[in-house]
Design a protein around this ligand. Structure first.
Ligand code: NDP
Ligand code: 2IT
Length: 449
């Protein structure tokens, strides 16, 4: 640690000075710094080696131009990125986000979170993240394919099965991964596992589409089990209606819970009778095939729709924020707690603001941070990498069992590092310290790089 950095606050001031105008990145760094400070204080060798200073400095940041032509023949330019944050424990690994809000701060926060998340999975994956400020909404297939081909035409220089393995995130599904994989294969003239989340016919793992949502529910199941509880009859509120939200809902319904909300950036639907398997299939068709808005569900099934609002005011037992960062603030956290909510598992990355997390922890309800509870997606990406290397494919049951075991192991790691002695588990501290120690040890072993 620099001689003038004595406390977590000093470190955060240093991080802020070096990264002006990057609020999301600083938010993620602040949380980790607070969690690991005690560990660092007990390990002066880590401080001397400037482990945390090195961890907040990406190994490499790539920014590039993505030119393409839209349906009207107009030239368009987007900005592409890949943040290669940390490769101490394996090749860079993490998703690609395509959303108009994408910028350096958001991708650095996501890449930073990814380092600890990937460490928690027990698999050998470093951390990275990328994407572009491209808005896939309302784009025709004729526009989406050339955009993703253009994006990969540059990205192919910087990724590879043993170097950096991207996957999906917001705005990316099987279609987009397929186009990127096709372009990579064409340019490199080799068939390798350079991306995960691929189609089942060309090396994609079974259960990868389901994995983040299923994993999040498995994590909540472990937290509940520790309290002698289960999902039977629990009312659940979910935000978002994309990949993570859909499979969170599917698994919750299967395990006997009642899901009453889903949302998109337009608003949320409240179905007090519960979204059952048939209604969820309708939502999947609406979102994945028709690419429609969630409001159509309310029109079709005659339930409530709350335009421009988020679902946290709905009375529930369990909440699964699964759309985007900072989508659940302090007053919404208070509303959840006052309405009797007993557990929150983050499907999204950093959806709860720091003040919201304080509310949950002060009320001593179960709270799982995204880097623990949404790690099932990247864990199954890791399993896809293993299967590609083996040139083999496991069955649904085999992958699902491995996923469930990984989520149990992450839960145990959180309990090990986050127990405060009076029975309450600080899963935030547990996840941050549990993820940190492995990466720090690997960095120490590899010298000053
Ligand atoms: P999708 O693109 O499939 O779905 C995103 C959902 O969130 C949509 O309903 C979208 O609504 C909503 N949303 C996105 N941005 C905003 C916003 N700024 N304000 C309000 N609503 C928004 O993405 P995923 O389901 O894959 O990702 C959701 C979250 O989960 C992200 O935080 C992602 O980083 C995280 N995650 C994803 C993993 C994965 O494997 N896919 C793994 C781990 C974490 P709309 O369509 O209106 O934009
Ligand atoms: O945030 C995440 O963990 C993801 N978007 C998944 C990354 C991956 O490589 O599967």
């Amino acid at each position: 640690m620099s001689s003038n950095i004595k406390t977590a606050e000093d470190f955060i001031a240093y991080a802020k000075e070096r990264n002006p105008n990057q609020p999301e990145f600083i938010q993620a760094v602040e949380e980790v710094a607070h969690s690991v400070w005690e560990h660092l204080s007990n390990h002066p060798e880590l401080q001397r080696s400037k482990i945390l200073e090195r961890m907040i400095e990406p190994e490499r940041v790539i920014m590039f131009r993505v030119p393409w032509i839209d349906d009207r023949g107009e030239f368009q330019v987007n900005r592409g990125y890949r943040i290669q944050m940390n490769s101490a424990i394996g090749p860079y690994k993490g998703g690609l986000r395509f959303h108009p809000s994408v910028n350096l701060s958001i991708l650095k926060f996501l890449a930073f979170e990814q380092v600890y998340k990937n460490s928690l999975t027990t698999l050998p994956m470093g951390g990275g993240k990328g994407g572009a400020d491209f808005n896939p909404k309302g784009k025709s297939d004729n526009e989406v394919m050339p955009f993703f081909q253009s994006f990969m035409t540059e990205l192919q220089r910087h990724v590879g099965a043993n170097l950096d393995v991207p996957a999906g995130d917001i705005g990316v599904g099987g279609r987009e991964v397929g186009y990127m994989f096709g372009q990579y294969k064409r340019l490199k003239n080799e068939f390798t596992g350079v991306l995960t989340g691929k189609g089942k016919t060309f090396g994609g793992s079974l259960i990868r589409p389901e994995a983040t949502g299923y994993g999040c529910v498995y994590f909540m199941q472990e937290m509940l089990k520790r309290k002698g509880k289960d999902f039977k009859g629990k009312t659940c509120v979910i935000s978002g209606s994309g990949n993570v939200s859909q499979y969170t809902a599917e698994k919750l319904i299967e395990l006997g819970a009642k899901v009453v909300t889903m949302s998109d950036s337009g608003g949320y639907i409240y179905d007090k009778d519960g979204i059952d398997a048939a209604k969820l299939a309708w939502i999947m068709d609406l979102k994945n095939v028709k690419r429609g808005r969630i409001k159509a569900y309310a029109d079709h099934y005659g339930c409530e729709y709350h335009e421009g609002q988020r679902p946290w005011g709905v009375k529930c037992d369990l909440a699964f924020p699964s759309a985007t960062q900072n989508e659940l603030n302090e007053s919404e956290a208070k509303a959840l707690v006052e309405n009797g909510c007993e557990g929150v598992a983050e499907g999204a990355n950093m959806p709860s603001t720091p003040a919201a997390i304080e509310v949950f922890q002060a009320a001593k309800i179960l709270f799982a941070p995204g880097k623990a509870s949404n790690a099932g997606g990247v864990a199954t990406s890791g399993l896809e990498m293993s299967q590609n290397s083996l040139r083999y494919g496991w069955t649904r049951e085999e992958v699902d069992e491995k996923l469930n075991n990984i989520m149990k192991s992450i839960h145990e790691t959180c309990v090990q590092h986050g127990s405060n002695g009076n029975g309450y588990v600080d899963y935030v501290k547990g996840a941050n310290v549990g993820g940190f120690v492995k990466v720090a040890e690997a960095m120490m072993a590899q010298g000053l790089v």
